[in-house]
Design a protein around this ligand. Sequence first.
Ligand SMILES: NC(=O)c1ccc[n+]([C@@H]2O[C@H](COP(=O)([O-])OP(=O)(O)OC[C@H]3O[C@@H](n4cnc5c(N)ncnc54)[C@H](OP(=O)(O)O)[C@@H]3O)[C@@H](O)[C@H]2O)c1
Length: 162
Amino acid sequence: MHLSLIIVTDIFGGLAIEEFDPIDWGSKEDKQHFKELTTKIGTVIMGRKTFESIGKPLSNRLNVVLTNKNLENFENVIYLKGTPEHVINKLEEMNIREAAVIGGKEVFESFLPFVEKIFITIEPIILKNSIKLNPSLFMNFKLVTTNILNEYGTIVLEYKKA
Ligand SMILES: NC(=O)c1ccc[n+]([C@@H]2O[C@H](COP(=O)([O-])OP(=O)(O)OC[C@H]3O[C@@H](n4cnc5c(N)ncnc54)[C@H](OP(=O)(O)O)[C@@H]3O)[C@@H](O)[C@H]2O)c1
C-alpha cells in the first residue's frame, strides 16, 4: 500500500482551531490542489470527526471513514475500525494499492509510521489556539519539491520517507 499524508497548516503547524473545524481559513488554491491530488490517488482515509467536519463524502473518491460507531450509509463511503495495519490489510484485500490519509490529528498521528509521502500546505497565516501534530513524528522525511500555489504565498511542500 502506498500511503500519502495530505495536510494544510498555518505557519506554526496548526491544523485546526476546533474539534470540528471546516478549515475555512484554507485558500481556494489549496482546496483545488487537495481535490486534484486526492482524486488522482482515488481513496481517502479519515477519522469520523474529519468526516463530520467536511459534512459529506468527497465525490469521485472512495471515502474510508474510521469509526467505532454505526453511522449512516452513503455511496462511496466505507466504515472501518481497528489498527492502521488492520485497515491497510482490509484495503489491500479490496485491491486498493494507494490511499491518501487526510486527517484529523488522531488519524494523522496513528498512520504516520506507514506513510511514504507527505504533502503539507502551509498557509501564510497564524491560527489562534490551534491543534498541532507531534513534530517528532515527522523525522526521517526528506524534502523533494516545493510549489507556490498563489501570489499570497501558499506553499505545498512534498516530502518522501528518507
Ligand atoms: N488541517 C488539515 O489538513 C486537517 C485535515 C483533517 C482534519 N482536520 C481537523 O482535525 C480535526 C479532527 O481531528 P481529530 O483528531 O479530533 O479527529 P479525527 O482524527 O478526524 O477523528 C477521530 C475519530 O476517528 C475515529 N478513529 C480514529 N482512528 C480510528 C481507528 N483506528 N479505528 C476506529 N476509529 C478510529 C474515532 O471515531 P469514533 O469516535 O466514531 O469511534 C475517533 O474519535 C477537525 O477539526 C478537522 O477539521 C484538519
